[in-house]
Write a protein of this length. Structure first.
Length: 325
C-alpha cells in the first residue's frame, strides 16, 4: 500500500532538512479554488452545449417549426389565389351583373372597409410570432368580410333577376359573330391608333375580323331602330333597340337583310360582314350603347363565354393595337 510522500525543504538557519507542513486553511482554500474553477468551466461548457448542440427534444421542436413554416407558406399561396378569385368576382359583379340591371356598383370604400382592430388581436401578444399570426388573422378577417359583402350583393342581384326574364333576353349578351376560339378580336374599346391617320383616337367598340359574308347575329331581343347605307364612317350599319336603355350597333356590313322596325330575337341573322365605309379590311365594328352612352362591349358576352374565355378576351381587347375603322 502506497503512502503519500512527505515533502522537505532545506532550512538555511538550522542547516537541516525539515518537513513541509501545509496548514489546513491553505488546503481548504486550494480545494475551494479548484471547485470554483471546475464550476466555472462546467457552466461554460454547458452554455456552449445549449448554444450549439440541440437536445433530442429541441431537434423535434425545430422539425415541427420547419414543417409549420412550410405549411404557412402553402396557406399564404392558397389565400392569395382565393383573393384573386374574390377580386374577379367583384369585378364581374360591378362591371357585368350590376350593369345589366342598371344597379350602381358597390363603392370601393365599402368593399375595402377595414376589419378588426388592435383590440381584436390582443390575445396574440404572448406569442413569439405575434406579427406573423396577426397578419394571418387580419387577412382571413378581410377575406371573410369581403365574401359577406359579395354574398349580399348576389342576394340583391337575385331579387333583380326575378320577373325580369324579358329584360335578360333583351340585353346584349353574346358575341355578334361566331368566335368560339376567340381568334377574331382585332381591337378593343379605348384609345387606339386610327388606321388611316395613324393618330390616337377613342375606339367606341370592338372590331371582329372575319371574311366578307360571315353572318352577323343580333346580340339580344329588340327591334331594328336604324338602317343606313353609306360609303363613309360606319358604312352600311344597323342599330338595334333592345329596350331598358340598351342599343347595339353593327357597322361596315356588306349586306343587310333586316328592315326598319323589324322585331328580332337574340341570335337572328341581321346581315353579313364586309368592309364598307371607313374601313381598312373586312371586319365587324360592334358597339353597345346604354342610355345614349357608348360603353365597353366586353362586359356583354357573358352568355357564351366561360370565366377563362372572358379573362382571355379581356387580355385581347385591352391590347393597344390599331383599329380597323
Amino acid at each position: 500500500m502506497s503512502t503519500k510522500k512527505a515533502k522537505y525543504y532545506f532550512n538555511t538557519n538550522t542547516l537541516r532538512y525539515e518537513k513541509i507542513e501545509i496548514p489546513w486553511s491553505r488546503v481548504i482554500f486550494q480545494i475551494f479554488g479548484f471547485l470554483c474553477a471546475a464550476i466555472v468551466f462546467g457552466m461554460f461548457f454547458l452554455f456552449l452545449a445549449y448554444k450549439f448542440i440541440d437536445s433530442p427534444k429541441e431537434k423535434i421542436l425545430r422539425n415541427e417549426i420547419e414543417g409549420l413554416k412550410q405549411n404557412y407558406d402553402k396557406m399564404v399561396a392558397k389565400s392569395q389565389k382565393m383573393e384573386q378569385v374574390l377580386l374577379d368576382l367583384e369585378i364581374r359583379d360591378d362591371n357585368i351583373y350590376r350593369s345589366i340591371f342598371g344597379s350602381s356598383p358597390i363603392p370601393k370604400s365599402i368593399r375595402d372597409a377595414g376589419v378588426g382592430g388592435n383590440r381584436s388581436y390582443e390575445g396574440l401578444e404572448k406569442y413569439d410570432n405575434e406579427e406573423l399570426m396577426k397578419h394571418s388573422f387580419e387577412k382571413l378577417d378581410e377575406m371573410g368580410r369581403k365574401m359577406a359583402i359579395q354574398s349580399k350583393s348576389y342576394d340583391e342581384i337575385t331579387k333583380l333577376i326575378k320577373n325580369k326574364e324579358e329584360m335578360l333576353a333583351s340585353i346584349p349578351a353574346i358575341q355578334p359573330i361566331s368566335n368560339v376560339d376567340l381568334t377574331r378580336i382585332a381591337s378593343g374599346f379605348g384609345m387606339r391608333i386610327d388606321p388611316i391617320y395613324k393618330t390616337g383616337k377613342m375606339h367606341n367598340g370592338i372590331d371582329f375580323t372575319s371574311p366578307t359574308g360571315t353572318p352577323i347575329y343580333a346580340t339580344g331581343n329588340g327591334y331594328v331602330e336604324k338602317i343606313e347605307f353609306s360609303a363613309r364612317g360606319y358604312g352600311n350599319h344597323v342599330v338595334i333597340n333592345h329596350g331598358y336603355g340598351y342599343a347595339s350597333l353593327y357597322a361596315h356590313m356588306s349586306k343587310i337583310i333586316v328592315y326598319n322596325g323589324q322585331k328580332l330575337k337574340r341570335g337572328d341573322v341581321i346581315g353579313y360582314v364586309g368592309s364598307s365605309g371607313k374601313s381598312t379590311g373586312a371586319h365587324l365594328h360592334y358597339e353597345v350603347i346604354y342610355n345614349s352612352e357608348k360603353i365597353d362591349p366586353i362586359n356583354f358576352f357573358h352568355n357564351d363565354l366561360t370565366p377563362d374565355q372572358y379573362n382571355q378576351m379581356l387580355i385581347l381587347s385591352n391590347q393597344s393595337n390599331q383599329s380597323f375603322d
